[in-house]
Design a protein around this ligand. Structure first.
Ligand SMILES: Cc1cc2nc3c(=O)[nH]c(=O)nc-3n(C[C@H](O)[C@H](O)[C@H](O)COP(=O)(O)O)c2cc1C
Length: 222
């Protein structure tokens, strides 16, 4: 193993920590989050500080950074005032539209319209989902953690999911090729998820068998 370059996080600037984290914690899934403001106007923005943290209760988490002047992004403000949001998974087909939704438009601009995406009314919450996304999760704010002056982690409980019928079966398996999700890498990088393979977790006895056959293989080739 070659040497490691180590970093003491207590000595790093915010930007340096950010660059190490987003460069090495990859690929991150991308949530294209739809919300509405108090006047019911739709908003959409991508977040890759995003993941699924629990299945029961079903919890999705978003890490939202404030603007430089510490003002809330539209997504955070809308969730604070309405208590709901929808996570739309970003597939390769809507990658460019997702990037349009990241443009720093002012409040009240409907990014879905700008990006040519179709809003569909929510089933459980008064917040639209995106028709073109292969999987959408309607969430009710569970708790928001104010982890610093400029950041919050928003946990949402999933109330409903809408998955393209062609990619989910009656055993609740979602076809990863059909989903075709995009991952976020460091900088402005992205990755596709088409290099997919299965690797089931072994039982202890399967692991023992595996070790025995590897040892037998070594004896044979010696
Ligand atoms: C792929 C991608 C991932 C992003 N992830 C985050 C994130 O995790 N947290 C964040 O605060 N901003 C993130 N951004 C930036 C926001 O999308 C951007 O600030 C957006 O304009 C916020 O919109 P809003 O004010 O409508 O909420 C990301 C942008 C892109 C393109």
């Amino acid at each position: 193993m070659s040497g490691k370059t180590s970093f003491d996080f207590s000595t790093l600037s915010e930007r340096e920590k950010y660059k190490l984290l987003i460069g090495a914690v990859v690929p991150r899934p991308i949530a294209l989050v739809t919300t509405v403001d108090t006047e019911g106007r739709a908003n959409a923005a991508p977040f890759s500080f995003f993941n699924c943290l629990s299945a029961e209760p079903a919890i999705l988490a978003l890490g939202v950074e404030n603007h430089r002047n510490l003002g809330l992004k539209d997504t955070a403000r809308n969730i604070r005032s309405t208590g709901v949001f929808t996570v739309n998974i970003v597939s390769d087909a809507i990658l460019e539209a997702m990037n349009v939704c990241a443009v720093p438009f002012g409040p009240g601009i409907d990014e879905l319209q700008e990006a040519g995406l179709t809003a569909v009314a929510g089933a459980k919450i008064a917040c639209p989902r995106i028709a073109e996304s292969p999987a959408s999760f309607e969430c009710r704010q569970h708790v928001t953690l104010e982890i610093g002056a400029s950041r919050q982690i928003i946990l949402g409980e999933v109330l409903a999911a809408h998955i393209s019928a062609t990619i989910v079966n009656d055993r609740f398996h979602v076809d990863p090729y059909g989903l075709d999700a995009i991952g976020r890498m460091g900088g402005h990088g992205y990755a596709r998820t088409r290099d997919y393979f299965d690797l089931p977790t072994m039982t202890v006895s399967e692991w023992e068998d595996d070790k025995r056959s590897a040892a037998a293989g070594r004896r044979k080739s010696a």
